[in-house]
Write a protein that binds this ligand. Structure first.
Ligand code: AMP
Length: 444
């Protein structure tokens, strides 16, 4: 299948070719014809599936081929996103897809001054990407009217609800024209999402795309519990013990990347880092050197690593767990490709238990835990399982410290996290973690 067979117009085909998109991804193959036919969509698709082009490309075609010119202070299509970062990212993609079309695009979000946004909206924009709170502010200040709206896209609808936007969505719903096309994308489909979909969608077509590598049983995955402060030491220990040759390491933050690279380089280990603060050329150079084995360890943030074209790796290390559970799947998808076996090891500290739980729930498996001798954590990582439960054991009275870490259980033994000592019966679930919450939403 090609993009041309999906019925796309020439300026869009040219843009996709420029971007190097050769074949439609499964979500695009299903979404593009449905959106072009004017259907509402309810799509279960995560980041990394190509969902943005799945809705944006046919939307651009419809806006080019049909409908009136955009009026002042109006938008013809609205894409709602949970975060400012996603709004920026989606807007950048939309602008790339629209590069050969006479359409205008713009992104608005909170945390920055509203005045330039109001000015920009005066002439109207064909496609507006927005976070819910700022959209409502602009609407209330009469900077934006929605009576010309043809299409509404709810991107990452589950995250919007997780971040507490349900009231805003209900308000926006009341501002929308009744006759419109609505496309809803969500990684998960909770009852709340289904209720939202029932309200907002009209006879939607359901699309489901299984996330890449969820069932990648060619990747051997396990977790090593450790105290946060000892992670660098554990990393070096495991690296030496396992004689790691080429490793992609994920850290949560840019500072985290820099700190680990400094530490490794200080020990004479051939390491480099990539993150969003580094210029593209520097990132590319680090990547090229990693690919040609000049650099042994490449440490990256999720954002910098997204879209990295690395063929197949034997080993991926999660130095920190990702904030968004789906990123775990993208990370481990770098190894075990094309039937090769791979390993993905996560160094997990007690603070990360909710992230671990969200990952296990998403991948529908309980990750095996391996206690590394002499690195057993003082701050225990509570048990987790694929149901999303985090189980806390009652605190035992502290034993006086003995030197050399003697007397501890499970030394060097493979322990399945589901394995629970029978002498500890009062384990009770304390919290259900449906999808890892990225923290409280900033006040707008
Ligand atoms: P998304 O799931 O929309 O965030 O897209 C994930 C990544 O895949 C982005 O870097 C896109 O540029 C890229 N992408 C989307 N569709 C295709 C395609 N058909 N061929 C190649 N890359 C694609």
């Amino acid at each position: 299948m090609t993009f041309a067979t999906l019925g796309l117009i020439e300026p869009l085909l040219r843009a996709l070719e420029t971007l190097g998109y050769q074949t439609p991804t499964p979500v695009q193959a299903q979404a593009i014809p449905a959106v072009l036919a004017g259907r509402d969509l309810m799509a279960a698709a995560q980041t990394g599936t190509g969902k943005t082009a799945g809705f944006a490309v046919p939307l651009l075609q419809l806006l080019t081929m049909e409908g009136p010119k955009v009026a002042a202070n109006s938008a013809r299509a609205l894409i709602l996103c949970p975060t400012r970062e996603l709004a920026e990212q989606v807007h950048a993609s939309v602008a790339e897809y629209a590069q050969n079309l006479p359409l205008t695009t713009y992104a608005v979000y909170g945390g920055v001054s509203i005045n330039p946004q109001m000015m920009k909206l005066r002439k109207g924009v064909d496609i507006l990407v927005a976070t819910p709170g700022r959209l409502i502010d602009l609407f209330r200040q009469n900077a934006l009217k929605l009576n010309q709206l043809q299409t509404l896209v709810l991107d990452e609808a589950d995250r919007m609800l997780d971040l507490g936007f349900s009231e805003e969505l209900a308000n926006i719903y009341r501002m929308l024209p009744k006759k419109r096309q609505t496309l809803l994308f969500s990684a998960t489909f909770s009852d709340e999402i289904r209720t939202l979909a029932g309200q907002m969608l009209n006879d939607p077509l359901s699309i489901e795309v299984s996330p890449r590598n969820v069932a990648a049983n060619t990747v051997k995955q396990w977790v090593v519990p450790v105290d946060k402060k000892r992670k660098p030491e554990l990393f070096v220990h495991l690296m030496r013990k396992g004689r790691w040759k080429q490793v992609l390491v994920f850290a949560k933050t840019r500072n985290g990347v820099d700190a680990l690279v400094d530490k490794l380089q200080g020990l004479g280990i051939n390491a480099d880092g990539i993150h969003g603060d580094k210029p593209q050329a520097t990132r590319q150079r680090a990547l090229d050197r990693f690919k040609s084995s000049e650099v042994q360890i490449l440490v990256a943030t999720d954002v910098a690593a997204r879209g990295l074209d690395i063929e197949d790796l034997p080993l991926v290390i999660n130095f920190d767990l990702p904030i968004v559970a789906e990123d775990y799947i993208h990370r481990i998808g770098r190894t075990g490709r094309a039937g090769n076996t791979g390993e993905a090891i996560s160094l997990v500290c007690a603070d990360e238990v909710n992230m671990l739980s969200a990952i296990e729930m998403l991948t529908r498996q309980t990750l095996t835990r391996h206690m590394e001798q002499d690195f057993e954590p003082e701050h225990r990582v509570p048990d987790t399982d694929a149901s999303g439960q985090v189980v806390k054991k009652p605190k035992k009275p502290k034993k006086p410290k003995t030197s050399g870490g003697g007397g501890k259980r499970n030394l060097g033994k493979w322990v399945d996290s589901g394995e629970v000592a029978p002498s500890e019966p009062s384990i009770k679930p304390v919290r259900k973690v449906p999808v890892f919450n990225t923290g409280p939403r900033k006040k707008k």
